[in-house]
Design a protein around this ligand. Sequence first.
Ligand SMILES: NC(=O)c1ccc[n+]([C@@H]2O[C@H](COP(=O)([O-])OP(=O)(O)OC[C@H]3O[C@@H](n4cnc5c(N)ncnc54)[C@H](OP(=O)(O)O)[C@@H]3O)[C@@H](O)[C@H]2O)c1
Length: 259
Amino acid sequence: MLRFAVIGHPVAHSLSPRIHAANFRALGIEAAYDAVDVASADLAAALRRFAADGLRGINVTVPHKVAVMDLVDRVDSAAAEAGAVNTVLFAPDGSTAGFNTDMAGFLHPLKSCGFPFAGAKVLVLGAGGASRAVVAACRAAGCASLTQANRTARPGMLQLGSEECLAAARAADLVVNATTVGLREGDPCVIDAGAFRAGQLVYDLIPVARETATLAAARAAGARTLDGLGMLAAQAAESFRIWTGRMADLSAMLSALDR
Ligand SMILES: NC(=O)c1ccc[n+]([C@@H]2O[C@H](COP(=O)([O-])OP(=O)(O)OC[C@H]3O[C@@H](n4cnc5c(N)ncnc54)[C@H](OP(=O)(O)O)[C@@H]3O)[C@@H](O)[C@H]2O)c1
């Protein structure tokens, strides 16, 4: 039986076991996928244990995505570019390889809705691990310009919510919320709702079935919207492809999220 896991700290909230189980069922594969809470101090030992136990691969979530890069034998170009690993393959020869499927996962819903990257102005809100994959993906997809804004000041970035940030949001063809604002029910819109407009696409990475305040405000302003569930399913499908060489049943994975 194939065995997989997602590791994080905490990890109990992860939707990955549900998504992968739906895919295994749809494809008739006998496999197990567990959520395993691993504290940072135990990360290296946990990887050795998974390899010894014969797991085929794992997903890696907060807070281990950067630290795991130094614990695998090699990383692919997407992981190197994003500076983070969210998928590890335990190869039959005993070696370990790290991948980043967030880039492909982020782009998949944009490709599906035909978003034209050529000439597009992009504003990315947030400067954490997810934003790095988003920025790398938008650059690779050929956007015309990319602006980033964050709550905590960072060189070269705008202040989240500042006048310049709101002006950049109004000018943007694509606004991406890569902050954690919206994860908790009752969280507000990530920026002033008046910054959204018709003709733009607002993409909230928050992976929840309910509509976030950010997406509700964008929709009310006439913008098109994308939630984070499509990305979540697409990055899981890409992990499955890396581990098994097979295409996942993406629609089964999406249905498991009960949008
Ligand atoms: N849909 C998917 O498949 C998918 C995949 C990956 C991630 N995500 C989502 O993307 C989000 C970011 O993940 P991450 O891994 O990048 O997290 P992270 O590394 O912890 O970064 C968090 C970001 O959110 C900002 N932030 C936190 N609280 C804030 C607040 N109250 N107001 C404004 N900004 C705030 C942080 O700003 P500071 O620098 O100021 O702290 C930082 O930029 C999460 O919600 C995660 O669930 C979704």
